[in-house]
Design a protein. Structure first.
Length: 343
């Protein structure tokens, strides 16, 4: 996907909680932001890895789930109308020749921005590849680790492997368009939301979905087109199931990925920053959240929020070099309250 270059004040790489709060802090200073994330929804680790796991150290929220925190942050930044570019990874970052930066993602989306904020947690999320012989040859054509366009799976016979929220969510999302779905999990119990599990079992009982307790052991096909998989059942027997598509959802790992090639000084795969403005070794590029390092660093969401606030102050100097920065409180500033839509 390529087209016109998107020009903006700031590009935020990473749409986890810290990246989302950065939108708020920048927005208060009239700085427009675009967000890029490799996942298919905002929220980062909170939404993807532990959406229902309780978090106890967010100020004023004695207990909040990862998904609820994400939802609250999205509600908070609505007044600033950020644009999300999901299921994309920034592969290229360099100067644009005009004092700013040019970025390009793995699907060809291009940006020009005056500043860049890296809020990518521990780096890019990379799907865990199942240890199946020859799987690389099918990736991108009939084996996928995410779903970008549901219509691409229309009238296909799909094997979905996994027992977490992603496996169940995509089972339900693809069920209306697929020819047939076979859900494979190594045990009867699931790690997904109970409601999703109940809906899945209802589809199985109605004969609209196949659920197999077992593991995918072999792939069969020619060139890059999958034709069938072999599944070892709980009885140890192997069974062949015809299919067009395999979607393995076995979780994610974090890798620094292309960040390591951007010319930034690194310290054990983390980005050193100063604690006055959380700027990297490259002026105009900032790093906030778990991906940065400095003396006394604590990998806490609330620390990332603090870092976003100080980053925004320095960002203002780049975006509005001739304007004086005026610190204001949202509780008393009528101009800030107007931006937030407060009546």
């Amino acid at each position: 996907m390529s087209g016109d270059v998107i020009k903006t004040d700031a590009v935020i790489i990473g749409a986890g909680p810290v990246g989302l709060f950065a939108v708020f802090e920048l927005g208060l200073l009239d700085i427009k932001a675009e967000l890029i994330d490799i996942l298919d929804k905002p929220g980062g680790q909170c939404a993807e890895l532990y959406p229902e796991k309780p978090i106890y150290d967010i100020p004023a929220l004695p207990i909040v789930s990862g998904q609820e925190l994400t939802d609250r942050l999205l509600e908070q930044i609505k007044p600033f109308d950020p644009t999300f570019h999901l299921q994309q990874r920034v592969d290229e970052l360099g100067p644009d020749g005009n004092g700013g930066f040019r970025l390009k993602t793995d699907i060809g989306t291009e940006f020009e921005a005056k500043i860049v904020i890296i809020a990518a947690g521990g780096g890019s999320f990379t799907p865990k590849r199942p240890p199946l012989k020859g799987i690389e040859g099918f990736e991108g054509s009939s084996v996928f680790y995410s779903v970008r366009q549901i219509e691409d799976f229309k009238d296909k016979t799909i094997v979905i492997a996994g027992g977490g929220d992603s496996a169940l969510d995509w089972t339900h999302a693809l069920h209306p368009v697929a020819e047939r779905i076979v859900l494979v999990h190594r045990r009867e119990e699931f790690r997904a939301a109970p409601d999703s599990v109940n809906k899945m079992r209802a589809l199985v009982d109605a004969g609209e979905l196949d659920f197999v307790i077992g593991q995918v052991m072999e792939l069969h096909g020619s060139t890059d087109q999958l034709e069938a998989v072999s599944i070892r059942g709980k009885d140890g027997e192997m069974a062949r199931r015809e299919c067009d598509i395999l979607l393995p959802f076995f979780g994610l790992t974090m890798k620094l990925g292309p960040v390591a090639e951007w010319g930034l000084n690194l310290d054990e795969n983390l980005i050193p920053v100063d604690t006055e403005k959380f700027e990297t070794s490259t002026p105009g590029i900032f790093a906030i959240g778990d991906i940065n390092t400095y003396p006394g660093k604590l990998k806490l969401i609330l620390s990332g929020f603090h870092e976003a606030a100080l980053m925004a102050r320095q960002a203002h100097r780049y975006i509005y070099p001739d304007a004086r920065y005026v610190f204001q409180y949202t509780t008393s500033s009528s101009s800030l309250q107007k931006k937030l839509g407060v009546k």
